[in-house]
Design a protein around this ligand. Structure first.
Ligand code: PEP
Ligand code: MG
Length: 320
C-alpha cells in the first residue's frame, strides 16, 4: 500500500546493502527550508539564492542578503547546506543583473557569467554568505552556477577564499564542464550536476519549450553519459571529490537509482519527492543500481532507457 510504504521513510538515503546516498532538498528560501526539514531532508543540496530576489530591480544590500541566507541555514543546524550564488538570466532574469535584450539568453550572460559584466555583485554576495554562515550552525558549502571551464572554477575558488569561504564548488550543467570534470574539480572541493541545464545544453533543446520535451529529458543516454564522465573525472583526481545531483532528475525515483549506480554521492530534489526516492532506493543494492545504470546507458533512446529501468523496479507500481 502506497501510503504505508512511504510512511516507512525515515529520512535516510541508503541502498538495500547500506550504501549511503544522503537525500537533500532544493529550496528557494526559508519557508521551503523549514518545510524540507519537516519532510526528512538531511540538508540542502541546492539553495537557489536568486529566488530570494526575483522581484528586485536593485541589488540587495549585504545585510539584507545575509539575513535571507541565515534564515535558510538556521533550518538545518549541524547539517549541510549547499548555497548557489545568483543564477540570474535565461529562465530566471534579475533586473539588476541581466540584460533583457539578449538574443539568446540561455547562451548568454547568465549565472557565474554575470560577473563578466557586473563585477562586484558576486564578491558582495560571498561577503554576505560568509557573514551568515559564521553566525549559523549549518555546514555551509557554496557553488557557482554555469561554470564552463576549469579557469572559471579556479577564479570562483579564489573569490571564495578571499571572502573566507573554504568550501567552494561548482555546478556541472554545461557539457564542457562535464567533459573536463577532472581539471574543473582540481580547482574546487565538489561538484553538483544540474541535470536541467545539462540536458538543455547537451540536447540543444530549450528547457522551456513543450514541443521539445522528448529531447529534453535527463533519461537521454547522452545526458547519462555526461553524468558518468563527471563522476569518472572526479575519481581521476584520486581524491574522489563529491559529485551530487541537484536537477529534477534526482526527484524521479527510477532515475535516482540510475544516478546512484553511476556513482553520484548525494541526491537533491524538491522535498515532496524525498520519501518516494528513499523508498525505491532501499529496494536495490549498489550492484543492482550499477547494473541498471549500464542498462540505461546502453539504450538507443530516452524512452527505452526509462522503460527498461522501470521494468526492473517492481516497487514503482506500489508507489503509483
Ligand atoms: C539545473 O540546471 O539542473 C539546476 C538544478 O538549476 P536550475 O534548474 O535552477 O537552473
Ligand atoms: Mg541550472
Amino acid at each position: 500500500e502506497t501510503s504505508a510504504t512511504l510512511a516507512e521513510f525515515d529520512g535516510n538515503g541508503t541502498t538495500a546493502d547500506g550504501h549511503l546516498v544522503p537525500l537533500l532538498a532544493n529550496v528557494g528560501g526559508a519557508k521551503d527550508a523549514v518545510a524540507a526539514a519537516g519532510l526528512g531532508a538531511q540538508g540542502v543540496g541546492l539553495f537557489r539564492t536568486e529566488f530570494c530576489f526575483l522581484e528586485r530591480d536593485t541589488e540587495p544590500s549585504v545585510d539584507e542578503q545575509a539575513a535571507a541566507y541565515k534564515a535558510v541555514f538556521d533550518a538545518f543546524p549541524g547539517k549541510k547546506v549547499v548555497l548557489r550564488t545568483l543564477d540570474a538570466g535565461a529562465d530566471k532574469p534579475l533586473p539588476f543583473l541581466t540584460d533583457a535584450t539578449e538574443p539568446n539568453p540561455a547562451l548568454g550572460v547568465r549565472g557565474y557569467r554575470t560577473d563578466f559584466t557586473t563585477p562586484g555583485v558576486l564578491e558582495r554576495q560571498l561577503e554576505a554568505i560568509a557573514r551568515a554562515a559564521s553566525g549559523s550552525e549549518a555546514d555551509v558549502w557554496v557553488m557557482a552556477p554555469m561554470i564552463s571551464t576549469a579557469a572559471e572554477a579556479g577564479r570562483f575558488a579564489s573569490l571564495c577564499a578571499a571572502a573566507g569561504i573554504q568550501t567552494p564548488g561548482v555546478m556541472v550543467e554545461v557539457p564542457s564542464a562535464a567533459l573536463t570534470a577532472a581539471t574543473v574539480l582540481r580547482e574546487v572541493g565538489f561538484a553538483s550536476l544540474g541535470t536541467n541545464d545539462l540536458t538543455q545544453y547537451a540536447m540543444a533543446a530549450d528547457r522551456q519549450l513543450g514541443p521539445l520535451a522528448e529531447l529534453n529529458t535527463p533519461w537521454q543516454p547522452a545526458v547519462l553519459r555526461l553524468v558518468q564522465l563527471t563522476v569518472e573525472g572526479s575519481a581521476m583526481e584520486g581524491n574522489n571529490k563529491p559529485v551530487g545531483v541537484c536537477g529534477e532528475a534526482a526527484a524521479d525515483p527510477a532515475l535516482a537509482v540510475v544516478l546512484t549506480g553511476l556513482g553520484v554521492t548525494t541526491l537533491s530534489m524538491t522535498a515532496r519527492s524525498l520519501a518516494a526516492v528513499g523508498t525505491v532506493l532501499k529496494t536495490v543494492t549498489l550492484e543492482q543500481a550499477q547494473e541498471l545504470a549500464r542498462l540505461a546507458l546502453s539504450a538507443p533512446s530516452a524512452t527505452e532507457a526509462r522503460d527498461w529501468v522501470r521494468a526492473k523496479l517492481p516497487v514503482l507500481e506500489e508507489l503509483g
